[in-house]
Design a protein around this ligand. Sequence first.
Ligand SMILES: [Zn+2]
Length: 217
Amino acid sequence: MTEDLFLKNCDCPLCGKAYATPRVKRSKLRPSKVESDFCIRYKGLNPIYYQVMVCPNCGYSYTEHFSPLRPQDKEMLKKRISPAKNDFTGERTLELAVESYKRALLCAMMKKEKHSLLAALNLHLAWLYRFAEDKSREEEFLQRARDYYLKMYEEEADIKDLARVVYLIGELNRRLGNIKEAGRWFTRVINDKEINDRGIIRMARERWQELRLNQEA
Ligand SMILES: [Zn+2]
């Protein structure tokens, strides 16, 4: 294993067995740029690859953002999940990272996680396909992420990061070519009295300007 990684001990919330999952050392993180949908590019190892923990014993796959397992979840998951064939305990290739997220997404859907978590997992998968330069899969997952953010916006009260969610619905629509829809959401970020995150408002203004310039051209 490369020395940029370290092993973090964890206990599987499903089967209870202890195991170690790889993480990128903080001191080795080399972020190079942040894209307009918050995807961060890194020189060297990308910590996104290591966010999903995959239990080598039972196969339960999850992130730190998963809600705790209730007894009925455990019973159901134990019947439906099987151990992974691949090894996730060392350095991960892009393919392994994709597989880890797909496993986590499946577990999250089976235990009916919140829209915000499902949106984030789908967005991360879209980024991984962006790294792989697989445009059609990237768009497939951007669309799924957009749909979950939309459900979250429509159905969840007291959204913690409202500015980011409204901005992302606009930005994911823009990336999917739904320009009018994107414009509506960027305008909402700029005009909504409940939104006062200056950084996000500035980003929405920039995207909105770009859209108008492109339409005039
Ligand atoms: Zn386990």
